[in-house]
Ligand binder design. Sequence first.
Ligand SMILES: [Zn+2]
Length: 188
Amino acid sequence: MPSRLRNISLVAPATANSVLSLTAKETLDLQYMQRALKAALRGAVCGEVPVGAVLVCGADTFSAHNLRECRNDPTAHAEMLVIRKAAKALSRWRLGGTLYVTLEPCAMCAGAILEARVDRLVFGAWDPKAGGCGSVWNIIEERKVRHPIVVIGGVMEEESQKLPKDFFAQRRAERKVGKLGYPAPTKR
Ligand SMILES: [Zn+2]
């Protein structure tokens, strides 16, 4: 199973000798995960299931959110899109770097992450229904895979879980109102 980071957040009281003080890498992970969360939110505004991804390749940073609904494309997951974006911009398919995703990647995305030779994967919420990195399948850590990837799951887990939860709760509420014949609440 992928390792879980300590239950940390950006507001953790970090002092020099504190057990809660974060390493530089953990702090960076949190900052990029926040960016992935922001990307996910942008997706929610467009009516997409809010999943966001950020890929950091050296000095270059790319971000994307789900576009499955907008594009009617079953493969338009945030991870696939950010990998394609980076490969195009960098003119190479071996990307390396660290991929941050708010939700555990599915089997398709886990495969793409391996194909893109990403070095490190950091994700927020676990996906017990379709996760391909330890929950349902464990494609990334499959012994036959020759490209080793460091996987850290559960980073900003609560925040990452909350986004899709709120999104689906709102959808259900809107549908209920629709069935009653009342107008759907206007979007802010
Ligand atoms: Zn996926």
